[in-house]
Design a protein around this ligand. Structure first.
Ligand code: BGC
Length: 360
């Protein structure tokens, strides 16, 4: 523990109004500040992290996540910038799955597949908020009604965002249901650690703690086999630039239009494991991600095309942000070999991910 932590200055959390939805619902914003220059802004719409300011090597705090300044921009069009994703992060083939022989059909909102919880997933609902001042945290809650977006069970979800003085943002998820259902929650922040949203993220040096990844078919649905990363562009066991091999001839990179894959994390016997890191040498910023989840999706902003406005007066161009989405594997409800995403009444879904920032 460093001396700054032992001082234990409380995290300050200030609330204001971010905007009003098209349906007239007030959306609040909470700004959490620590004593080491970090400031996290979270809104009740989608539980979205709208801004995340982190010091660089010269101790200048800059925003390192993509997003918008206006609620109307989030309502108009967003590739899930900064949002909480549920009930099921990632894809479910054709939106179909069955539980105990009963078939469910979710809406296809990504070509033939269901993606990130559907048309109005957890990223587009307004959450209830409670400030937990003693622990420097914000608790968001949402009750997703039985059959909302086609998912069975009344699912009560809580997400606690905690900021600490050692520059960790922790996301803790819990959910309970009254009917057998599926759950796979994640956080969809797009990072650009340079602090300059006009710069592609290809020079970020990334490592992923995984010996295997999950190959996908042409619709980005897992083929069901796990593949060794060795001798493929998916080997991030030694840190390398995102851009180092992203454009080489490789069937999986073609299908993802770059990286848009889930890795099978090592050390799954540990409650919390190191999953991945990203270092941006110019700013010195280092992000390390720890999680209780078995998988992590690296998505390199391959669908960003310069049409969405950024917070710095420009637009979000191709590959100007990357996501590290901790999660269970895509399409798990249809893949018998994958860890289960079933939640039963009486059980508590719980999942934790920490984003740790430092300078290297
Ligand atoms: C998916 C991408 C998708 C993006 C949404 C990511 O989590 O893996 O395929 O395009 O979310 O913009």
């Amino acid at each position: 523990m460093n001396s700054k932590q032992t001082k234990n200055t409380p995290i300050t959390i200030l609330e204001d109004v971010f905007g009003t939805t098209k349906d007239g619902v007030t959306v609040k914003r909470f700004k959490m500040n620590n004593e080491n220059g970090m400031e996290v802004s979270i809104i009740t719409y989608g539980g979205i992290i709208t801004s995340l300011k982190v010091p660089n090597k010269n101790n200048v705090s800059e925003d390192v996540v993509l997003g918008y300044d206006l609620l109307s921009d989030y309502e108009k069009s967003t590739p899930y910038f900064g949002a909480l994703i549920g009930r099921y992060g990632n894809r479910i083939a054709k939106g179909n799955f069955s539980i105990d022989g009963k078939e469910y059909t979710l809406q296809a909102n990504d070509g033939p597949n269901h993606l990130h919880g559907g048309v109005k997933g957890f990223d587009k609902v307004v959450w209830s908020a409670e400030v937990l001042n003693d622990v420097g945290a914000l608790k968001l809650s949402y009750l997703s009604k039985d059959m909302e977006e086609g998912y069975p069970g009344n699912l009560h979800t809580e997400v606690i965002y905690t900021l600490t003085n050692d520059n960790v943002l922790e996301v803790f998820y819990q959910a309970t249901t009254d009917k057998k259902t599926i759950v796979n929650l994640t956080q969809h922040s797009y990072f650009n650690l340079s602090g300059d949203f006009s710069k592609p993220i290809l020079d970020h040096i990334v490592s992923i703690n995984a010996n295997k990844f999950i190959p996908v078919d042409a619709n980005l649905i897992p083929t069901g086999k796990l593949k060794d990363v060795a001798n493929t562009p998916f080997d991030f066991r030694e840190p390398k630039k995102i851009g180092q091999e992203i454009n080489i001839e490789h069937e999986q990179l073609k299908r993802g239009l770059g990286y848009d894959h889930c890795w099978v994390l090592n050390d799954q016997n540990q409650a919390m494991r190191f999953t991945a890191s990203a270092h941006e040498p110019n700013s010195g910023r280092l992000l390390e991600v720890f999680s209780s989840e078995p998988g992590i999706q690296l998505y390199t902003g391959n669908f960003l095309d310069g049409t969405l406005p950024n917070k710095q007066g420009g637009t979000y161009a191709y590959r100007t942000g990357f996501c590290l989405e901790t999660q269970h594997y895509p399409d798990s409800p249809n893949q018998k070999e994958f860890p289960s995403t079933i939640l039963k009444p009486g059980e508590v879904y719980s999942s934790k991910t920490s984003f740790k920032f430092s300078i290297k």
